[in-house]
Design a protein. Structure first.
Length: 342
């Protein structure tokens, strides 16, 4: 008798448990003796593993929150960074080779098997514990070596683009009791409830309704008031930013260009950068983006995490134009690159 086709994807009724007696007709043969033996062995292994687990001390089953550095003991951090940099340089060459194959007319947002973001993958590994900080979904960021930053007597966090959600900054402040955060967003008047409703965190969080830009425009009649990153650091009396977050809907390009150019003759005064990149308009142009990204690389910034903003794709029914990047600075003398924090 012909069987009706099954609606179970990948689980045809021809191969159900009830029909094992017919498997020999489709190239299978069930040996009842071996089936019995396999069940006995599986039961024995289950009992053995359970007994071994029960004999272990309870402390050994408790999860550990001391995160060892990825580069491991017996190795210097500097040697790890040199190896990673060699690997990253190899990827940059692969990018050049790929662009040569794709040709001048390549559109990274066209219907190709290569997108813009494939050319800028996080080919540099964070040498420390890598973790996602903040809420799941939009608002959380990937951070490198937070436990090492926590060893400092004090640290500085800058956050641009607060909106109404401050879980990332609140999580960092809880993890980093010696840190303070300076936040800026001209579209709101205060931190999100994660900080504004917490007195202890609020005491270590500073906020101004200002905008980040590539030039200073903060006169009496300017609204909103734009500040460059260097001008804000000078205003606040800072010479280094341990963690810098930027999510300003396309303004990241001018702001970071000005910041990088201002420190072209020295080390960029930042430990790591979390930035949401909005590839809209002219910023979609491949040659333009290559030049801008090349400026970040020349300043010593290396990407260790990439996370597409799928909420943007869902809400706009568009392409993957918005991506979260996390980058670390491989130069200078800070927590992520100095053996003094081992």
């Amino acid at each position: 008798m012909d069987r009706a086709p099954s609606a179970d994807l990948g689980c045809s009724s021809d191969y159900s448990v009830e029909n094992t007696e017919d498997w020999s007709g489709v190239g299978f043969h069930v040996n009842s003796t071996w089936t019995w033996v396999s069940r006995v062995l599986a039961g024995f292994l289950t009992i053995t593993i359970t007994v071994l687990l029960l004999r272990r001390p309870l402390s050994s089953l408790t999860p550990s929150f001391s995160y060892p550095d990825v580069f491991g003991s017996g190795r210097s951090l500097s040697s790890w960074l040199l190896e990673e940099e060699a690997g990253y340089s190899a990827f940059v060459q692969e990018r050049h080779d790929a662009l040569a194959r794709l040709g001048e007319g390549f559109n990274p947002f066209g219907h190709h098997m290569v997108t813009l973001w494939d050319l800028f993958v996080p080919a540099f590994r964070c040498p420390h514990h890598l973790e996602r900080v903040g809420v799941i979904g939009d608002g959380g960021k990937w951070a490198c070596g937070v436990a090492r930053v926590a060893k400092q007597d004090k640290c500085v966090i800058y956050s641009f683009g607060v909106n109404h959600e401050s879980s990332y900054e609140a999580s960092l402040l809880r993890r980093l009791p010696n840190c303070e955060v300076w936040g800026y967003d001209y579209s709101v008047v205060q931190w999100g409830p994660e900080i504004s409703d917490d007195p202890e965190l609020r005491n270590r969080a500073h906020f101004q309704a200002w905008a980040l830009g590539g030039t200073d425009r903060h006169g009496e009649n300017d609204n909103p008031k734009y500040w460059t990153l260097d001008s804000l650091m000078k205003l606040n009396g800072h010479t280094f930013i341990d963690i810098l977050k930027i999510d300003i809907e396309g303004g990241e390009f001018d702001a970071l260009t000005a910041f990088v150019e201002a420190h072209a003759n020295g080390d960029l005064p930042v430990g790591q950068l979390q930035v949401e990149i909005h590839a809209y308009g002219e910023h979609k142009d491949l040659q333009w983006f290559l030049k801008w990204w090349g400026g970040l690389e020349a300043a010593g910034l290396r990407p260790f995490s990439l996370e597409p903003n799928l909420i943007h794709v869902t809400l706009t029914c568009g392409g993957p134009e918005v991506v979260e990047y996390s980058l670390m600075n491989i130069r200078g003398n800070h927590a992520l690159v100095s053996d003094a924090f081992n």
